[in-house]
Write a protein that binds this ligand. Structure first.
Ligand code: GRF
Length: 196
């Protein structure tokens, strides 16, 4: 049984690509029902369209306030019949109201070993802190930014001479393996809990 999953992006969309590819497998519990970006120039939209997926931009600037923007996003997700959301480089903080409406049905990938380095610039902060280990986490989304329960993590070593570029590339390679598997894990959990 596949659950319709909407992927939300803001840019490059490399994690989205991996989710789309993984969901093609009959035994992966996701069916990607659409890709939504908050920027019309998000490069990932072109990839999604090239895959025959519905891909739309819902930009913040077209709306009076955050609530109106999120209402428009919700309308698109409802139109797609989405039952689950995967945030993949979506750079907008969702309101507590939106998150609550999707409680237990929304996950995110974050480029650090949560709870370490919540927020932005995680690779630079891992280097500045002298961390010997870094990585990425897939977690449930709650009203606390990057604060929801962790579903799965992947670890990489921090090597001497690492820069933000080398470290982020090492982490991103792990993100691409972790997210499809963790999304499957989250969906199976969700399906068990709800029977959906
Ligand atoms: C990834 O590092 C992800 O962990 C973070 O934003 C980045 C998005 O990259 N949330 P991409 O758009 O998936 O290539």
């Amino acid at each position: 049984m596949k659950t319709p999953v909407a992927i939300l992006i803001s840019g490059r969309g490399s994690n989205m690509e991996k989710l789309v590819e993984a969901a093609r497998a009959p035994d992966h519990p996701a069916e990607i029902c659409g890709v939504l970006a908050d920027r019309a120039d998000a490069a990932g939209l072109d990839f999604a369209r090239g895959q025959g997926l519905v891909a739309v931009a819902v930009e913040r600037k077209g709306f009076a306030d955050k609530a109106a923007h999120e209402a428009a996003i919700s309308a698109v997700l409802a139109d797609w019949g989405a039952g689950f959301i995967a945030l993949a480089g979506f750079m907008r903080v969702l309101s507590p109201e939106f998150v609550q409406a999707w409680h237990g049905r929304i996950v995110n990938i974050h480029p650090s070993l949560l709870p370490r380095h919540k927020g932005l610039d995680t690779h630079a902060r891992a280097l500045a802190a002298g961390d010997t280990e870094h990585g990425c986490s897939v977690h449930w989304v709650t009203a606390e930014l990057d604060g929801g329960d962790v579903i799965a993590q992947a670890r990489v070593p921090v090597l001497s001479g690492d820069t933000v570029a080398t470290l982020s590339a090492r982490v991103l390679a792990e993100e691409h393996k972790l997210y499809p598997a963790a999304l499957a894990q989250a969906l199976r959990h969700h399906q068990t809990m709800t029977g959906d």
